[in-house]
Write a protein that binds this ligand. Structure first.
Ligand SMILES: C[S@@+](CC[C@H](N)C(=O)[O-])C[C@H]1O[C@@H](n2cnc3c(N)ncnc32)[C@H](O)[C@@H]1O
Length: 265
C-alpha cells in the first residue's frame, strides 16, 4: 500500500493534492461515492436555474454534476493550481460553462453571492481552528440571503469500528490514529482505487465545533441530512451486488463515512 506524505502543514503542496486526487477520483464510483453523490443532490433539491459555488472543488467533479442537473452558473475554487488546471482542461473539451479559480478557502475574496454554496471533503483537510473559522466566515458571506449552504465532511459520529475494518467492501477504511485536539481528531483514510490501495492523513471535526461556527457566522438553520441512494436505475454493479441490494448498503446508510450539514442563510 502507498502512503502519501501530507504532513501536519495545513497548506499542502499542489503535488500532494494532485497525487491524492488522481487516486481519489475513483472514490466517486465506489459504493460510498454513489451514496455520497445521491445524498448531496437530495440535500440540495432542485438546482435548476441556480447559481452554485463549490469550494475545494478538486478537478471539478461536483461542479460538472451541478451543471448536469440544471444549475445555471457554476463556479469552482480550489487551492491547487494543478487540480484547477485539470478542471479547466475538461472545461475546454466539454464547454460546460463552469469557471474555475485558484483560491484559498481560508482567505476567500469577494466573489459576489450565490444561491447555493457547497464544500465536500474540504474541512477535513483543515487542522487549524483559525483557518476553519476564517473559512466558515467566507462560506457564509458568499451565500446569498435565503440561500442554501452545504458542508460535507467526515462522519465523526459514525461507527468507527466498522469504518476501520468492515468498510473495505464500500471502497475505504478510516482509522483514528491520534487523540482529539481543539475539536479535531486525525485519522488515516485508506482508499481502494481500482484494486490499488493508498492512504493519507485526514482529520474529523466534532459536529459541535462545526455547529458553533455555523451559528457564530449567522446561519439561520442547521440540519444534519440522512444518507441516501439514487432513486431509479443507475449504473452500479460490483460482483454480485447492485444498487438495489438493500442488505449490501444497509451499514453504509446507517453509518455513512460522510455527514452533510444543510444550512440556510
Ligand atoms: C479530498 S479533495 C475533495 C474534492 C471534491 N470536493 C470532491 O469531493 O470530490 C479536497 C480538496 O480540497 C482542496 N483544498 C484543501 N485545502 C484547501 C484550501 N485551504 N482552500 C481551497 N481548497 C483546498 C484540495 O486541493 C482538494 O482538491
Amino acid at each position: 500500500m502507498v502512503t502519501l506524505e501530507t504532513s501536519a502543514n495545513p497548506v499542502r503542496s499542489n503535488e500532494v493534492y494532485a497525487e491524492i486526487f488522481r487516486r481519489y477520483d475513483a472514490k466517486n464510483s465506489s459504493p460510498s461515492g454513489i451514496a455520497e453523490r445521491a445524498s448531496v443532490l437530495s440535500a440540495l433539491g432542485d438546482l435548476t436555474g441556480k447559481s452554485v459555488l463549490d469550494i475545494g472543488c478538486g478537478t471539478g467533479f461536483y461542479p460538472r454534476v451541478f451543471r448536469r442537473v440544471g444549475a445555471n452558473e457554476v463556479v469552482g475554487i480550489d487551492l491547487s493550481e494543478e487540480m484547477i488546471g485539470v478542471g479547466r482542461q475538461l472545461e475546454e473539451l466539454e464547454q460546460a460553462g463552469i469557471s474555475y479559480h485558484v483560491l484559498d478557502a481560508a482567505n476567500l475574496p469577494d466573489l459576489g453571492q450565490f444561491d447555493v454554496v457547497t464544500n465536500m471533503w474540504l474541512v477535513n483537510h483543515m487542522t487549524d481552528p483559525v483557518a476553519l473559522a476564517a473559512f466558515i466566515e467566507g462560506f457564509a458571506r458568499l451565500t446569498a440571503p435565503g440561500g442554501t449552504a452545504l458542508l460535507l465532511t467526515t462522519n465523526r459520529d459514525g461507527d468507527w469500528k466498522l469504518f476501520s475494518d468492515d468498510y473495505r467492501r464500500y471502497g475505504f477504511t478510516m482509522t483514528f490514529n491520534e487523540a482529539e485536539t481543539a475539536g479535531n481528531r486525525p485519522y488515516l483514510l485508506e482508499l481502494d482505487s481500482g484494486g490499488k490501495a493508498f492512504s493519507f492523513q485526514s482529520t474529523s471535526w466534532s459536529p459541535q465545533v462545526l455547529e458553533e461556527e455555523f451559528t457564530r457566522v449567522g446561519f439561520r438553520t442547521i440540519e444534519r441530512m440522512h444518507a441516501t441512494l439514487p432513486t431509479g436505475n443507475f449504473p452500479w454493479v460490483d460482483g454480485d451486488h447492485t444498487a438495489n441490494d438493500a442488505d449490501f448498503f444497509q451499514d453504509l446508510l446507517r453509518s455513512p463515512a460522510f455527514t452533510i450539514f444543510r444550512l440556510t442563510k
